[in-house]
Design a protein around this ligand. Structure first.
Ligand code: CA
Length: 231
């Protein structure tokens, strides 16, 4: 059995860090706290961290840069704490490899629920069962997708969008349908959210396909999106 999950909190506001640590400990997790972004990678590399709660606005470097550096050495789950809409847009729009985000001000209960959900997904990762759909391979239990043999590094919502499109190859899904399926539990989302994720998804598919790749996602103006497979 794994021991108590240990959560690393990177946050420069002591009041927020204390609240988060208290809520996590009440849930039975161990919590450690660092004030600076530069401390995150060394601490994760030292071992024993199961999840990182990462403030975007840290004094020495941005949470985005921390996450990027972290992804080079570790696939530990990351949940961002964002303070402003501008930060949230970047979380959604960039290829940072974050697993989730919470917008300040947040309730400790909400954050703990996200942490619990993310840890559960990690421990339940079943053995891979790859299902082939044209150039795609889907491991639904493991929430992983390969494209042309390359494992895609997808955020939670990018995975959701691609999984929804793969479930009905060739069918046009409207933005509203994608919102319902993929963002069912999200509070802040808009049609633009779908478009933003389609954009980053396309970039990742193109990067995976390299020279040989066209764009398998088809835009149906004013309607939605579909996935080209076969043919
Ligand atoms: Ca901060």
């Amino acid at each position: 059995m794994p021991s108590t999950p240990t959560i690393l909190i990177a946050e420069d506001e002591p009041a927020i860090a204390d609240t988060v640590a208290y809520a996590l400990r009440a849930e039975g997790h161990a919590a450690e706290h660092v004030l600076l972004g530069g401390a995150v990678v060394p601490r994760v590399q030292a071992g024993g961290i199961d999840l990182v709660v990462l403030d975007v606005g840290l004094p020495d470097m941005s949470g985005f840069d921390v996450c990027r550096a972290l992804r080079v050495v570790s696939d530990v789950p990351v949940i961002f704490l964002t303070a402003r809409q501008g930060e949230l847009d970047r979380v959604l729009g960039l290829e940072l490899g974050a697993d989730d985000y919470v917008v300040k001000p947040f309730s400790p209960r909400e954050l703990v629920a996200r942490v619990r959900a993310r840890l559960r997904r990690k421990t339940q990762a079943a053995p891979a069962r790859w299902q082939c759909i044209d150039a795609f391979e889907l491991d639904r239990p493991g929430r992983r997708i390969r494209y042309r043999g390359q494992l895609l590094d997808l955020t939670r919502y990018e995975y959701g969008v691609l999984e929804a499109l793969l479930a009905r190859p060739g069918a046009v899904l409207s933005r509203a349908q994608l919102m319902d399926q993929v963002w069912a539990d999200a509070v802040d989302s808009s049609d633009r959210t779908v478009d933003t994720h389609i954009k980053t998804l396309r970039a990742k598919l193109q990067a995976a396909a390299g020279e040989s790749g066209g764009d398998p996602i088809r835009t149906h103006r004013g309607i939605g999106y579909s996935l080209d497979v076969g043919g």
